[in-house]
Design a protein around this ligand. Structure first.
Ligand code: ADP
Length: 432
């Protein structure tokens, strides 16, 4: 419906004047009437056109007033404010399926300026249109699930209700199911991945048991070899179960702030001592350097030891045989972000194979590996960095990964300190 404003009135006056002038010109030059008759014809036509326009304006104003009355009658200003600010998208339709009201949340889905439009002109989901018209026709409430696929896939549960006396108003309320569906899918994927990871070593162990019971029963050499392989596979299952349990324990506590105070220097030294035999086996040297007088961080000691162990173990596993691993602890100042402003940047650097840039964003996903075969050969579970991320989250910290294929990798965890020291010389880092 066209709104009447100053420019609308001006446009109509100009159209009337132009029509009058055209008629006057025609009378004068084409029909050869005298100047007085031509002027009179022009004036009469201008007056007639203006009259018709005025009548149409009056009708339009009347319809707009009815519309205004309709929405004003629908709810009080307080109720309108409430509906407008509802987090769930809401739309009200009149008896002929034209929009009476949409709130802010609905506008972000269907777009602005849909008032008075027929719902089928902007809703393109047949099942939703059918549910709306059934509710409008029969008064029966309905609920259907539907998805939009662009710009990003979203799934909604739509409730349709008829409210008020016949013909009444049809209300459409949407409930966003996207994150619920996504987390259900993640749980299903996680169970499928975990069972797959366990099934592989279990199948190997079962196979060797069958062989040892059968034709290799009296073969001492084969028995020794198979028992060794079974021990390796059993170790893999144990590590996987340990990591799964750690992950679920850390996730359970993720929203409980840690209560202790921990010196990261001593945590890093403990983690390195435990991994020294593995480093020696590959002839890798591990070096720790820490700024003097580092303040403690607010944290859980066991979890922070696990965080360092996972990072240092990865640096050894994927590092260069005969190479180096450097652990550095330094004070830094975070600009913005969560937690305290003063943080300790704990970095673990190696000179190994590095990581392709496209893989970096996925490294903390459970069971994601750049090279599955290599990870398995090294006894990896694919859960180490997921555990690191959750421990960092629980400590209000953040993990940063920098790497280039062939040039080594640096994993840095920023952890807020529990007591901020004087920070004149600490470098500033941007926190997310
Ligand atoms: P995994 O048990 O397989 O080591 P993680 O979650 O610890 O699992 O690491 C995930 C993947 O990230 C690894 O499989 C490996 O591909 C890659 N990765 C982790 N740390 C490093 C590193 N220091 N250098 C190169 N790649 C790494």
């Amino acid at each position: 419906m066209e709104r009447i404003g100053f420019f609308g009135t001006l446009r109509r006056a100009l159209v009337a004047a132009a029509t009058g002038l055209a008629v006057a010109a025609l009378s004068l030059f084409v029909f050869q009437l005298g100047a007085i008759w031509a002027a009179a014809a022009g004036i009469v036509v201008t007056a007639l056109v203006s009259l018709v326009s005025l009548r149409r304006d009056a009708q339009t104003s009347a319809v707009l007033a009815v519309e205004r009355d309709q929405t004003a009658m629908l709810f009080s200003p307080l109720a309108r404010d409430l509906f407008e600010n509802l987090p769930d998208p809401l739309m009200l339709l009149d008896a002929s399926d034209r929009v009476l009201f949409v709130n802010d949340a609905m506008r972000s889905i269907v777009g602005a300026n849909v008032e008075r439009k027929h719902v089928s002109s902007f809703v393109r989901t047949p099942s939703l249109l059918t549910a709306l018209s059934r509710t409008a026709r029969t008064g029966e409430p309905g609920s259907i699930e539907f998805s939009f696929h662009v710009p990003v896939e979203r799934t909604y549960l739509a409730y349709t209700r008829r409210i008020g006396a016949d013909p009444g108003v049809t209300a459409l309320l949407l409930h966003d199911l996207t994150s619920q569906i996504r987390s259900e899918q993640m749980r299903v994927d996680f169970v499928a991945n975990a069972s797959h990871e366990l099934r592989t070593p279990l199948a190997a162990v079962t196979g060797f048991i069958e062989t040892l019971k059968g034709h290799a029963r009296d073969d001492t050499k084969a028995r020794e070899k198979f028992l060794d392989i079974m021990a390796v596979e059993a170790g893999r299952m144990r590590r996987l179960i340990d990591d799964l349990l750690s992950l679920s324990r850390i996730e359970l506590n993720e929203h409980v702030p840690p209560s202790g105070e921990v010196s990261l220097g001593s945590v890093a030294r403990d983690a390195v001592t435990a991994l020294q035999p593995l480093a020696r086996a590959d002839n890798i040297s591990v070096e720790i350097s820490a700024a003097p007088d580092l303040p403690p961080v607010a944290g859980e000691r066991d979890e922070l030891i696990q965080l360092f162990q996972n990072l240092v173990h990865n640096a050894i596993k994927y590092g260069r045989p005969g190479g180096h691993v450097w652990i550095n602890l330094a004070l830094a100042q975070a600009t913005g972000g969560r937690g305290a402003d003063c943080v300790i940047a704990a970095s673990v650097r190696d000179d190994g194979e590095g990581i392709p840039s496209e893989a970096i964003p996925r490294l903390t996903e459970r069971f994601y590996r750049v090279d599955v075969k290599r990870s398995r050969e090294k006894g990896g579970t694919g859960l180490g960095l997921a555990i690191v991320k959750h421990i960092a989250n629980r400590h209000q910290g953040r993990l940063q990964i920098e790497s280039r294929a062939g040039e080594g990798s640096t994993f840095t965890v920023f952890l807020p300190v529990s007591r901020a020291p004087f920070l004149a010389s600490a470098p500033t880092i941007a926190a997310k």
